[in-house]
Design a protein around this ligand. Structure first.
Ligand SMILES: Cc1ncc(C[n+]2csc(CCOP(=O)(O)OP(=O)(O)O)c2C)c(N)n1
Length: 659
């Protein structure tokens, strides 16, 4: 280890952080100052990465879970040679810069995931480490370990207080993810002051109970940190948490240790005095010591050599295992499917729950795409998400394709993001629709990061019946639809479910929620002969009137077959039924397409077993929305529907105006 180089890098992290936060007049200097040595060690000595190629598949991943400390990451990305200029650091937190307030995936090279909402990053890291293990199990041979990297995390007190990290780390311990290594910046300071206010447990004992290796050192003892890291690297059967006792804003002239440094500029005078105390000119700006530059220049040569060495190994492996190489390449290519060749065929007139159809289609997809993996938060049999003959992903069976998240929806959401971020896998996770609320923060981040994660949400309405209002989703559809860039697909029958899964499998630029029924639904004949293509626009003509319709019924999911019944009661020749698979896709399908299905001037009736919120985009004052704007009831499904006025007869009467 080049101790002088690391110390010079730590000086640079401190000057760059103080100046960037001061210039932006906003930001979080405390954590980067407190972790300057640790960060420099991670980027300089610990990570096997190559800043010249941030997309190198076998790089170690580094997750800054304490995303508010973004300047630590930006300073180190710049210093180590990622494509992030000093000018970008000077533009910290400015509109359009590559140095946003919190690290954002897809904007800054070297940023592996978007962090800021505490607890998410460390939980993503569990997914990254799981992905590594799965790919290693599939592709490594006795002679060649082509997938062989670690996942490192820097997390703070806040990350370890958030429940999601407990869920994910508990699972990581169960799975024995030996290549996951977390540095815990234990400065015992959060925004309101000391952690004595609200966080007094023995964190190491907790992680030991999760089956983690636990180590500790002083955050400014470079040898001590390296010794712990070596221990962590040696441990192959358990993840490791290294607690580093640190001081927030270490090195600040008068404010070190103060919670006031957490999230506000230090002030011109404090910055000047701190620089001078470090031996840096007080009036310098964005100063980087020469030793830091020289240190990283030397490291860059080594890193390029490391990658070249891996490339040679990969080439040899590919020559000796051409079939594996071809499969590896397929794993990193998005699926393309032909809408005219359904994965599973259903007959009109048959009936089954869309969750059951979903399970059949999932299995057909899984047979074609061996990189499709996923699972449920302990509801697999109900969600129908088991990949038959896929095996379980467990400690001793890393090639298993069925993930068991346990009863940990939030952890599942964050882990799915990590699995998707890694590359090489197509992932899904499942639970009841009503519990999507438990996953919401992770879904939001998947949408923000444009990650192609698929959620299977079954038991999608009050029609679940006896479990009662706690298990009957009412507002969840609306709540999911308001998340930008999330597709919410609610198919009406088994055939539409097949089409919806196809859209979900092919999507590469964002997450998709498949919303499926518990109860059996009839497979209906479709008026639009080209419906398998039309449905990609979010809606299509399921049944038409003989001439210009008197009424257009718009329905989603289980309410499409209900709408078809209502149509019969109202007089089929006068009524059109539009199946709306996805409101958001329909909204972006274009004015002409929408007007074609919903002729202006024709009365519309929207039908959905959930809150009315959002249907006003389609329905004006003369139209009608049949919805449920209250919590449900416990009872047999048909009795519940009758109590909520949702029988076909009751709806027909309401549409006629005499209900
Ligand atoms: C989910 C979530 N809740 C609240 C916040 C606001 N927040 C940002 S940093 C922070 C305190 C974090 O303390 P710690 O992890 O110890 O960081 P340090 O003070 O060491 O910088 C809080 C509450 C957040 N970013 N995410």
């Amino acid at each position: 280890m080049n101790q002088k180089g690391i110390n010079a890098a730590a000086v640079a992290v401190r000057t760059l952080t103080m100046d960037a936060v001061q210039k932006a007049n906003s930001g979080h200097p405390g954590m980067p100052l407190g972790c300057a040595e640790l960060g420099s060690l991670i980027f300089g000595e610990i990570l096997r990465h190559n800043p010249a190629d941030p997309g190198w598949a076998n790089r170690d991943r580094f997750v800054l879970s304490a995303g508010h400390g973004s300047m630590l990451l930006y300073a180190l990305l710049h210093l180590s040679g990622y494509d992030l200029s000093l000018e970008e650091l000077m533009d910290f937190r400015q509109l359009g810069s590559r140095t946003p307030g919190h690290p954002e995936y897809g904007i800054t090279p070297g940023v592996e995931t978007t962090t800021g909402p505490l607890g998410q990053g460390i939980s993503n890291a569990v997914g990254l480490a799981m992905a590594e293990r799965m790919l290693a199990a599939r592709f490594n041979t006795a002679k060649h370990a082509v997938v062989d990297h670690r996942t490192y995390v820097l997390a703070g007190d806040g990350d370890l207080m958030e429940g999601v990290s407990s869920e994910a780390c508990s699972l990581a311990g169960h799975l024995g993810l030996g290549k996951l290594i977390v540095f815990y910046d234990s400065n015992r300071i959060t925004i309101e002051g000391s952690t004595n206010l609200a966080f007094s447990e023995d964190v190491l004992a907790r992680f030991a109970a999760y089956n983690w290796q636990t180590l500790s050192a002083d955050a400014y003892d470079l040898q001590g940190i390296m010794a712990c890291t070596e221990e962590a690297v040696k441990e192959s059967k358990r993840p490791t948490l290294i607690l580093l006792k640190s001081e927030i804003a270490r090195g600040a002239a008068t404010m070190a240790g103060s919670h006031k440094t957490h999230g506000a500029p230090l002030g011109e005078e404090e910055v000047r005095r701190t620089k001078e105390a470090m031996g840096v000119p007080g009036d310098s700006s964005f100063y980087i010591p020469e030793e830091a530059k020289e240190y990283f220049a030397a490291r860059r040569k080594q890193w390029a050599e490391n990658q070249a060495q891996w490339q040679r190994l990969f080439t040899d492996w590919g020559k000796e295992n051409p079939d594996l190489l071809a499969e590896y390449e397929r794993w990193f290519t998005a699926p393309k499917l032909d809408p005219d060749k359904p994965l599973v065929k259903y007959e009109a007139g048959s009936g089954l729950a869309t969750r059951q159809a979903g399970g059949q289609v999932l299995n057909a997809l899984a047979a074609r795409f061996p990189n499709l993996v996923g699972g449920s938060a302990d509801l697999g049999p109900s969600n129908a998400t088991e990949i038959k003959a896929g095996g379980s992903f467990q400690k001793g069976t890393p090639a298993g394709r069925n993930l068991h998240f346990g009863v940990r929806e939030h952890g599942m959401g964050a882990i799915l993001n990590g699995l998707a971020l890694h590359g090489g896998l197509k992932v899904f996770g499942a639970t009841f629709l009503v519990f999507s609320d438990y996953m919401r923060p992770a879904i939001r981040l998947a949408a923000l990061m444009k990650l192609p994660v698929v959620y299977v949400f079954t038991h999608d309405s009050v029609f679940v019946g006896e479990d009662g209002p706690t298990h009957q989703p009412i507002e969840q559809l609306a709540a999911l639809r308001v998340i930008p860039n999330l597709w919410v697909l609610r198919p009406g029958d088994a055939e539409e479910t097949e089409a919806a899964w196809r859209l979900a499998a092919e999507r590469t630029d964002g997450p998709v929620a498949l919303v499926l029924s518990r109860q059996a639904l009839p497979v209906y004949a479709k008026h639009d002969e080209d419906w398998r293509r039309s449905i990609a626009r979010g809606a299509y003509l399921a049944a038409d009137s003989q001439s210009v319709p008197e009424t257009v019924l718009l329905a989603t999911g289980s309410e499409v077959s209900l709408a078809l019944e209502v149509r019969e009661l109202l007089g089929a020749e006068k009524v059109r039924v539009v199946s709306v698979l996805s409101r958001e896709l329909f909204m972006t399908a274009g004015e002409d397409y929408r007007a074609n299905l919903l002729p202006p001037g024709v009365r519309r009736v929207a039908l959905e077993a959930g809150v009315a919120f959002g249907w006003h985009e389609f329905c004006g004052p003369d139209d009608m929305i049949v919805s449920i704007d209250r919590f449900g009831e416990s009872g047999p499904p048909l009795r519940v529907a009758a109590a909520l006025n949702l029988s076909a007869e009751a709806i027909a009467a309401r549409v006629r105006g005499n209900g």
